[in-house]
Design a protein around this ligand. Structure first.
Ligand SMILES: [Zn+2]
Length: 512
């Protein structure tokens, strides 16, 4: 209906790629689900201006409307031609790919892919939530005509900020509309919470006959330092996560990011083991895995490293408040000083972007008080720090003891890219824990300083008195991180940014 919507070459490439994946799934008797994140929109500031402009030529102007956010124009679902477009798309898609059993519809990935209820002449007064449900109901009703049994699931993400409204709306969706739910917005490697809101959502889905999928990170994590080519093994955390989903009686799990299969992550092996038996003795399984993967000698310190990393993750798990602003790849504090002044602390909306309070038994997550929330993140990184350091030491010992033979499970991989040797695999795991430990320590100190700034009521004199020692520690953490990331040469600019953050803190402490 809108022939210019997507370039034909891109459609052809995606078509062939999806066909190949589904054929591979069929070889193994696997079903398939399709994850849709952004709905058609111009896209945020990260999309080049020319591309944003081109979007306006892909669809007739009359079917576009304003999102009211930096996502710009979106397809207005109130327009009959847009509904016709989706109906046509469903028919053609499922004629070619009947194997897809479930659609996972995200929406609000980056803040707004629905119409602005105040600005759109057709959607006026229809909240984004109501617009989401209208689309879900449409996809379920029309999709099931061309693909019997189709389910269309949604997610918590920003939708569950008001938990009561989320549950009320979930209850009103048909049985074919369940959820992929993460405890704190997105799946994070360290996080293994099972709070009351998750239990309620799970219970509701069961009552309504809806599917409930655990949304998690079982391999690469967006909460890590990006782009290092590291191997992020945490098999004891895999055990903790699967125990959680098993205890919640989830219908399945969703691994958010995946990984490079040739690297044969130990997490993959652990995932298989604990899927077969979620109540297995985690330590025994992982110790045997380490010995097998790296050899009897190197396997022992490798396992000790995983134990230390598990202690770090357990310390971080209750404090996933700013997801993602507290994680290394998203942390704005690398460019912001923990000092009074216009460039201090920030970002300005930090008090508004944290996760809503949740409760698990007598444990509370995400305190409502801003200062307490900042301090919770600081405390978690502070507790995790020594365990990251211990994990790095153990991996160094494992690396020294490992040989150049391939990891044991390399036979899992039949592609052309080579699998790493035992030593190389351990080296890349060490890169993971070292980078996380150093970046995390500095993040924790920055959040702790921000908590002090709130505590002293933004009084610069009181802050200087209250924060001197902690500022010294933050400057030192910046210097360590700068040395590490400068030597590594990645991520680009981090070495320089940490050094540029340390210098003014040191000058301030010296009386500047
Ligand atoms: Zn509209």
């Amino acid at each position: 209906m809108f022939p210019a919507a997507v370039d034909p070459a891109e459609v052809a490439a995606n078509h062939a790629g999806l066909r190949r994946l589904l054929d591979d799934c069929a070889d193994h008797g696997l079903g398939a689900m399709l994850w849709l994140t952004e709905l058609p929109c111009q896209g945020g500031p990260w999309v080049p201006a020319a591309e944003r402009q081109r979007f306006l030529e892909r669809f007739p102007a009359e079917v576009l409307s304003d999102s009211g956010t930096y996502e710009g124009k979106v397809l207005c679902f109130s327009h009959p031609r847009v509904q016709e477009f989706y109906r046509d798309l469903l028919a053609r898609f499922f004629a070619d790919f009947p194997e897809i059993e479930t659609l996972f519809l995200f929406g609000l990935d980056s803040g707004g892919e629905f119409c602005d209820p105040d600005a759109c002449p057709r959607c006026r007064g229809l909240s984004r939530f109501a617009q989401r449900d209208r689309l879900l109901n449409f996809l379920i009703a029309e999709g099931r005509k061309v693909r019997p049994g189709l389910r269309v699931l949604t997610t918590g993400w920003k939708w569950d900020r008001d938990g009561e409204e989320f549950l009320r709306r979930q209850a009103a969706l048909p049985a074919a509309g369940g959820v992929y739910l993460a405890a704190q917005k997105d799946g994070w490697q360290c996080e293994r919470q099972a709070h009351d809101f998750m239990r309620e959502a799970r219970h509701l889905c069961r009552e309504r006959g809806q599917t409930f999928i655990g949304y998690d990170n079982f391999h690469w994590g967006d909460d890590t330092v990006h782009g290092l080519g590291d191997i992020q093994d945490f098999p004891l955390g895999i055990a903790a996560k699967l125990k959680r989903w098993h205890e919640l009686a989830a219908d399945g799990i969703f691994d958010h990011w995946g990984h490079a299969p040739e690297d044969i992550w130990c997490n993959s092996v652990a995932l298989r083991e604990f899927f077969l038996n979620p109540q297995a003795d985690a330590a025994a399984v992982c110790q045997a895995l380490a010995r097998r993967q790296f050899g009897a000698v190197a396997g022992e310190p490798a396992f000790a490293a995983w134990q230390a990393l598990e202690r770090a993750h357990a310390a971080l798990s209750p404090a996933c408040l700013w997801s993602p602003e507290q994680w290394p790849g998203w942390y704005a504090g690398r460019r912001q000083l923990p000092l009074p002044g216009p460039d201090g602390f920030g970002p300005a909306d930090l008090a508004q972007t944290r996760q809503p309070p949740r409760r698990e038994g007598d444990r509370e997550y995400n305190p409502a008080d801003f200062g307490e929330a900042l301090q919770a993140v600081a405390d978690a990184w502070e507790q995790a720090g020594p365990h990251y350091a211990e994990a790095a030491r153990q991996l160094e010992a494992a690396e020294a003891a490992a040989g150049d033979e391939p990891v044991f499970y390399h036979f899992w991989w039949n592609g052309t890219a080579p699998s790493p040797t035992r030593r190389e695999h351990l080296r890349r795991q060490r890169l993971y824990v070292e980078s996380m430990g150093l970046a995390g320590r500095e993040i924790g100190r920055h959040f702790g300083l921000h908590a002090r700034w709130e505590k002293c009521g933004h009084d610069a004199t009181a802050y200087r008195r209250l924060a001197a020692e902690a500022l010294q520690a933050d400057a030192a953490a910046c210097r360590h991180a700068s040395d590490f990331f400068t030597a590594l040469g990645a991520p680009k600019d981090w070495g320089r940014l940490y050094a540029e953050k340390a210098a003014p803190i040191e000058a301030y402490l010296a009386g500047g």
